[in-house]
Design a protein around this ligand. Structure first.
Ligand SMILES: O=C(O)CCC(=O)C(=O)O
Length: 270
């Protein structure tokens, strides 16, 4: 489960790192079972989630899986027992919770994102400085629970440089985009791709093939919680909620709660 120096070098140079077969089949089953339990609870009216097709038990992308009504011990056990080692190495610091969710598609419903950088500002004068300022302080990942996940497209090594004219045009072209040097990330259950969310990337599943991919983000503990993360605070503070978590996972959430400033800022303003 370790991240080697060569892995770190690749992650920082290329803006992404694929680790293959680092989670057991049992772990994957435990996470799929958690999703089945979430759908059971939703069908029983105990929690609200979005549906692609309720009758076929096809849930939509869902976020905030650490909130009390969506929480499942399987997520926290995964973070506690498997992910923590990777995240500490990639961030070179104690990580804090930021986003914990799952990307989902299926039922033939197309899912076609435009190329984007999550927090970026393509074309701005200080674009490159902005990326350098934040790189390494946060990490995002996709980890598929279903086979044949070919739905994340990236432009390797695009995370620390200004966008080219062709990239900005490709982003504007939406579904018609022709992105130079694009790479399809090919993943199977047990694999994970860590990436800098400012890498040019898109989710691309035009045929609406069934997809479940855990999609989570973490920041270094000393990075203050920002406006896009703040809406989870009250739910995470629910009485007794933290007590349900194993120690390391609990610390992730506690570090988030401990680092909420009086006036959260947007990342763009940090
Ligand atoms: O679908 C994916 O793998 C990428 C998702 C994404 O980039 C986003 O929601 O911003």
């Amino acid at each position: 489960m370790t991240i080697s120096d060569a892995d770190l070098q690749h992650y920082h140079d290329q803006g992404y790192l694929i680790r293959r077969q680092v989670f057991t089949a049992a772990r994957m089953t435990s996470l799929r079972d958690a999703m089945e339990r979430l759908m059971d609870r939703a069908l029983a009216g105990e929690v609200e989630i979005g549906w692609i097709d309720r009758e076929q038990r096809l849930l939509q992308r869902t976020g905030q899986l650490f909130a009390p009504e969506k929480y499942d011990a399987a997520y926290a056990a995964w973070l506690n027992d498997d992910l923590d080692t990777h995240l500490r190495a990639l961030l070179d610091a104690a990580p804090r919770h930021s986003l914990f969710g799952m990307l989902a598609s299926g039922g033939g419903q197309p899912y076609q994102q435009a190329w984007h950088r999550d927090l970026g500002r393509p074309g701005d004068d200080d674009e490159e400085t902005f990326y350098h300022r934040h790189h390494g302080k946060y990490v995002q990942f996709n980890a598929p629970l279903l086979p044949g996940d070919r739905f994340l497209h990236i432009v390797p090594a695009s995370h620390l440089r200004a966008s080219t004219v062709q990239e900005i045009e490709a982003a504007a072209a939406g579904e018609e985009a022709d992105m130079p040097d694009a790479l399809v990330v090919e993943l199977e259950p047990g694999d994970i791709v860590y990436y800098d969310a400012n890498l040019w990337h898109r989710g691309w599943n035009p045929a609406g093939v069934n997809r479940w991919s855990m999609h989570c983000a973490f920041w270094r503990a000393d990075c203050p919680v920002m406006t896009h993360e703040i809406n989870q605070r009250d739910a995470l503070l629910s009485v007794g909620h933290l007590d349900r978590m194993p120690p390391i996972a609990r610390e992730y959430v506690q570090r988030y709660l401990d680092n909420i400033p009086a006036e959260p800022l947007r990342l763009q303003d940090l």
